[in-house]
Design a protein around this ligand. Structure first.
Ligand code: PMP
Ligand code: GLN
Length: 379
């Protein structure tokens, strides 16, 4: 008999709800992936990559051109991040980056703190690597409970996984949050693994702040990024991991033997596209989608507590619609209302109901409008 290696469900909620949406011909606002065409130039660059013969293994740390262009891209941010080639490693997606960072640092039985609600890959990644997840709940409005975080830390704590901009809430951590986190981990060996895959997708006046921006935290953190969400190519599965030279070396010791390197033509295309990528245009496009979603769902009986500050998702409450728990509500709405969502309880270890569901607004306007229309005739 093969012993289970982790406590996650055998089919992730994202696969489960997408399968259910397909089965019932529902509009799929559950799993976070765009349904619109990607940029034409990016398509052409992928083709060009194969023609130019970027078809064999890339160097293990990543394509030199992509690394170079990431250094430029990061130094051109509104709030620049200065990087060297020894501090960037290209990864086959962010989930892999988080897993490999954990594999690089964890010893059996060490504890890793996660802040709930959290993305579903963290806990299995901790457990597969022999670690023990310790849960600290975010406050009602998804703010960080620093008192609870301080209490959860002890001599066994090896890492804290954080996520800003946050999935599922769209909350963005502020600089002072990072200052407080830094105060908590300074003079300890605790490593911060910071999932920052929605870095370029912040709306209104919200500013992205990376763990790597912080002058002290940058010495004891991994910041993990993904091109999937940045360029709307979730299926390409390419990202990058930023860490100090020492932590990058530890990461690479594992990465060499896990995947060795990352899809070579995709790295070429991403590198070239970075040279022409317009962050503001991309941000505006996504903010319009968020606003369009909110406007379309405005006359439906959901409750909106907080507009998403960033990312691909909007949480809505359904307490005025149903008493069902959020999983049953999501299944019911998919089957009968023809719109699929993700129950927010899926982001918790002990899935008590939350009375709220997460909608993906990274869709064509006609898709969002169709979802709203289906629900208008349903409720
Ligand atoms: N972290 C978060 C918060 C996510 O929403 C996602 C999904 N994009 C990932 C990690 C995984 O990213 P990737 O597909 O690059 O592995
Ligand atoms: N990040 C995506 C989401 O939150 C899901 C990716 C996946 O299916 N694992 O919806």
């Amino acid at each position: 008999m093969i012993k289970r290696k982790h406590s996650g469900s055998d089919l992730t909620i994202f696969s489960e709800m997408t399968v259910l949406a397909l089965k019932h011909n529902a509009v799929n606002l559950s799993q976070g992936f765009p349904d619109y065409a990607i940029n034409e130039r990016l398509k052409k660059l992928l083709f060009e990559a194969t023609v130019k013969n970027f078809n064999q293994y890339a160097p293990t740390t990543g394509s030199p051109l992509l690394i170079e262009n990431l250094m430029t891209f990061n130094s051109n941010r509104k709030n620049p991040i200065s990087l060297t080639k020894d501090t960037i490693t290209i990864s086959p997606g962010a989930s892999y980056g988080i897993y490999t960072a954990l594999a690089a640092i964890l010893k059996f039985g060490e504890e890793v703190i996660v802040l709930e609600p959290c993305y579903d890959s963290y806990v299995p990644a901790i457990e597969i690597n022999g670690g023990i997840p310790v849960f600290v709940a975010l406050k009602e409005n998804f703010e960080i409970d620093f008192e609870a975080l301080a209490k959860a830390m002890n001599h066994k704590t090896k890492a804290i996984i954080i996520n800003s901009p946050h999935n599922p809430s769209g909350k963005v951590w502020k600089e002072e949050d990072f200052n407080r986190l830094s105060d908590l981990v300074k003079d300890t060996d605790v490593i911060v693994i910071s999932d920052e895959v929605y870095d370029v997708l912040t709306y209104d006046n919200h500013q992205f702040y990376s763990a790597f921006h912080h002058p002290k935290l940058r010495e004891q953190c991994f910041s993990v990024f993904s091109f999937g969400k940045m360029f709307h190519v979730t299926g390409w599965k390419v990202g990058y991991v930023v860490a100090s030279e020492e932590l990058s070396a530890a990461y690479r010791r594992i990465h060499q033997y896990l995947s060795f390197s990352v899809n070579s033509p995709a790295q070429y295309a991403l590198a070239k596209y970075l040279e022409i990528f317009d962050v503001e245009e991309n941000r505006t496009l996504m903010q319009q989608k968020r606003d369009f979603f909110i406007e379309q769902f405005n006359d439906l009986p959901f409750t909106l507590q907080q507009k998403a500050e960033a990312g691909y998702f909007q949480i809505l409450g359904y307490e005025d619609i149903s008493d069902l728990n959020d999983k049953d509500f999501s299944v019911w709405m998919t089957e009968k209302g023809k719109v699929a969502t993700i129950p927010v309880s899926a982001f918790y270890k002990n899935s008590t109901t939350t009375n709220s569901v997460r909608f993906c607004f990274s869709k064509k306007e006609e898709t969002i409008a169709e979802a709203a229309k289906n629900l208008r005739s349903f409720f």
